[in-house]
Design a protein around this ligand. Structure first.
Ligand SMILES: [Zn+2]
Length: 520
C-alpha cells in the first residue's frame, strides 16, 4: 500500500514538473482565442463547402473526401471506411494520453435544398437534398478548434492525442452504434461533440433526447392478376396496411411519452398486379433501453399478426438504434465557463435583418438572432423534445458533451428548407467561430487540468454503475449503407455544378451571386 502511495505521489510530482514547463493555462487560452479568430476563413470554407455538397446520410462521399484531404494536409493520420461505413473515417494526430475526440455530423436531409441567405423558399436544386438542419457547419467548429489546439500542443510540447470523427447518416441515427461496436472509441478519454443551434450552450445528465430502434418490416405474398384472379394472390401491401392500422389503434394504449412513425418504402408496382413484396419502415422511440425494446417487440408482434391475417410472411431488419443520451456534467460545466468567456457573436445589422425577414416569412416572432448565451441545462424527461441523436451511443461509452453553437435563426422549422437559410451565411460563419473558440478552450482545460479529466471519469463511472449500455442492434448487423443511394445519384449531376470553389470565390454567397441579406 505504501509503495502504491509512493508511486502515485511520484506520478503526480512528475506531472506537476511537466506542467510547470507550459505557459499558464490562461495565456494559452488567450492565444487560442486569437488563433481561432485568425482561422475564420478556414472555418467559413469548411461550412460553405459541406453546404454545397448537400449529401444525404451514408452518401457523404464528397464531404468525407474533402475533410480527409484537409486533415491529411494538416498532418493527421486518417483511416477511411471504418465500421463498415464507406464515408466514415478516424483522423488522429499526436501521441499518448489524454486522447480527446471531436465528433460532429455531416449529412443533409431530403427535400431541403435552399439558397443560403434567401429567407423564402428558393431551392438550389428543386426537390433536392440540402442542409435543412445545418449539419454542414459542425466540422467548421471542430476542425478549427482541433487545429488550433494542435498548433499549441506542438509549440509547447504538450502531450496528448487529437481524434476527429464524422457523424455519418445522423438523420438516420445511422453510425454511432456501429462505430462503438467496432471499438473506435476504446482509448478515447473524452468526446467533444457539437451541434448547430440558435443558442450558445451545453447541457448534462440524461435522458437527453429519446432513444429509438429503426426497423424495416418486409412482407412477402404472392403475385397474381389483379382483376382476372386476385384470389390466387396474397397482397404484401394488405399486410403493410393492416400492420399500420393495428399500430395506430394500439397507439392510444401506449404511454404518451413514446413516439412512433413510419413510411411505406415499397407498396407494389401497379394496381393490376397483386403486390408480392411490400415494406414499411418504423421508428420506435422511448426513454430507456427496456421500453425501447418492448415497443420494438410490440411492433414485431403486430407485424406477425398482419402477416397471419393476409397469409403472407414477414421479415424484419433493424437499420439503426440509439439510447437516449446522457452527457458529462464536469466537462459540460467546464465548457459552459468557456462559452461564457467567448460570449455570443457580434451580429451585424445585416445578420439581424436576414433573421427577422426569415422569421416574418415563417410567421414566427421577428425577434432576430439571440444575443445572450443560454443557461447551462440539466437534462430531464421531456425537456429537450423527443428527437434522438446517436451521439447518445457515444455518451454511454465514454465521457461526452455536446456543444450547441449559435449558427441558426430562432423560429425556423426543423428538418425543413427554412433551417438551411442561415447555415452558409455570416450567421453560421460567426457562430462556428464562436463554437470553435469554446471548444479550443475546453480542449486546453482537458489537456492541462488532470483534475477535470478525473472528475469526468468519476461522473461517467457513476453514470454507468447500475445502467450498462448494450447495443439495440442485433450482433452482426451491417449498416444499411444502401439507403439514399438512388436519391443521391439522381441529384449529384445538378449538385456538382453548384460545388463551392474557394479558390475563386470568397464565400458561397458570392459564388451564387446572392445579395446579403436578400429581403423582399
Ligand atoms: Zn442534427
Amino acid at each position: 500500500m505504501m509503495m502504491r502511495m509512493k508511486t502515485i505521489l511520484c506520478f503526480f510530482l512528475a506531472l506537476t514538473v511537466a506542467w510547470a514547463q507550459f505557459p499558464p493555462l490562461d495565456v494559452l487560452k488567450q492565444a487560442a482565442l486569437e488563433m481561432v479568430e485568425g482561422r475564420r476563413t478556414l472555418t467559413q470554407q469548411i461550412v460553405d463547402s459541406l453546404f454545397s455538397f448537400s449529401e444525404l446520410g451514408y452518401q457523404e462521399h464528397e464531404s468525407s473526401a474533402y475533410l480527409v484531404k484537409l486533415l491529411e494536409k494538416e498532418g493527421f493520420q486518417v483511416t477511411r471506411g471504418v465500421a463498415g461505413l464507406p464515408t466514415a473515417f478516424v483522423a488522429s494526430w499526436g501521441s499518448g494520453k489524454p486522447v480527446i475526440g471531436f465528433m460532429t455530423d455531416i449529412d443533409g436531409l431530403p427535400e431541403t435544398s435552399q439558397k443560403p441567405g434567401v429567407p423564402w423558399h428558393e431551392p438550389l436544386v428543386p426537390n433536392g437534398p440540402g442542409h435543412g438542419e445545418g449539419h454542414n457547419s459542425g466540422q467548421g467548429v471542430n476542425i478549427t478548434a482541433a487545429l488550433v489546439v494542435k498548433a499549441l500542443m506542438q509549440k509547447h510540447k504538450i502531450p496528448g492525442t487529437i481524434r476527429i470523427y464524422p457523424g455519418i447518416a445522423e438523420e438516420l441515427i445511422g453510425s454511432r452504434t456501429y462505430m462503438v461496436n467496432a471499438g473506435l472509441f476504446k482509448d478515447v478519454d473524452v468526446m467533444l461533440s457539437s451541434h448547430v443551434s440558435t443558442d450558445f450552450s451545453t447541457g448534462y445528465g440524461g435522458p437527453s433526447g429519446s432513444g429509438l430502434v429503426s426497423v424495416e418490416y418486409t412482407f412477402h405474398g404472392r403475385s397474381a392478376h389483379g382483376a382476372s384472379a386476385p384470389w390466387v394472390g396474397r397482397s404484401a401491401l394488405d399486410a403493410v396496411e393492416l400492420m399500420n392500422i393495428g399500430w395506430n389503434f394500439r397507439r392510444e394504449h401506449i404511454r404518451p411519452e413514446h413516439r412512433s412513425h413510419y413510411v411505406i418504402v415499397q407498396g407494389g408496382d401497379q394496381p393490376n398486379v397483386v403486390p408480392p413484396v411490400a415494406s414499411v419502415w418504423y421508428y420506435f422511440r422511448e426513454w430507456d433501453y427496456d421500453r425501447i425494446r418492448q415497443l420494438h417487440e410490440l411492433g414485431s408482434k403486430i407485424a406477425r399478426a398482419a402477416a397471419d391475417m393476409t397469409d403472407t410472411t414477414v421479415t424484419e431488419r433493424v437499420l439503426a438504434a440509439t439510447w437516449p443520451g446522457h452527457f458529462n456534467k464536469p466537462i459540460a460545466e467546464a465548457l459552459y465557463e468557456n462559452i461564457k468567456r467567448v460570449g455570443m457573436p457580434a451580429w451585424s445589422e445585416d445578420d439581424q435583418k436576414l433573421a427577422r425577414a426569415a422569421q416574418t416569412e415563417l410567421k414566427a416572432k421577428p425577434t432576430g438572432l439571440k444575443t445572450e448565451i443560454a443557461e447551462l441545462r440539466a437534462a430531464g424527461e421531456g425537456r429537450s423534445g423527443a428527437g434522438s441523436d446517436d451521439i447518445a451511443e457515444v455518451s454511454w461509452n465514454l465521457p461526452t458533451v455536446v456543444l450547441r453553437y449559435p449558427a441558426n435563426i430562432p423560429g425556423m422549422i426543423g428538418h425543413h428548407w427554412s433551417s438551411a437559410i442561415a447555415v452558409a451565411t455570416p450567421i453560421a460563419h460567426k457562430g462556428c467561430t464562436a463554437g470553435a473558440k469554446a471548444y479550443a478552450l475546453t480542449a486546453l482545460d482537458l489537456l492541462l487540468k488532470p483534475e477535470l479529466l478525473e472528475a469526468a471519469r468519476q461522473y461517467f463511472a457513476e453514470q454507468t454503475k447500475e445502467t450498462k449500455w448494450k447495443s439495440l442492434i442485433p450482433e452482426g448487423t451491417a449498416p444499411p449503407v444502401h439507403l439514399n443511394k438512388e436519391k443521391m445519384d439522381r441529384f449529384r449531376p445538378a449538385l456538382q455544378k453548384l460545388r463551392y470553389d474557394p479558390t475563386r470565390y470568397k464565400t458561397y454567397l458570392e459564388q451564387l451571386g446572392i445579395a446579403y441579406p436578400s429581403t423582399r
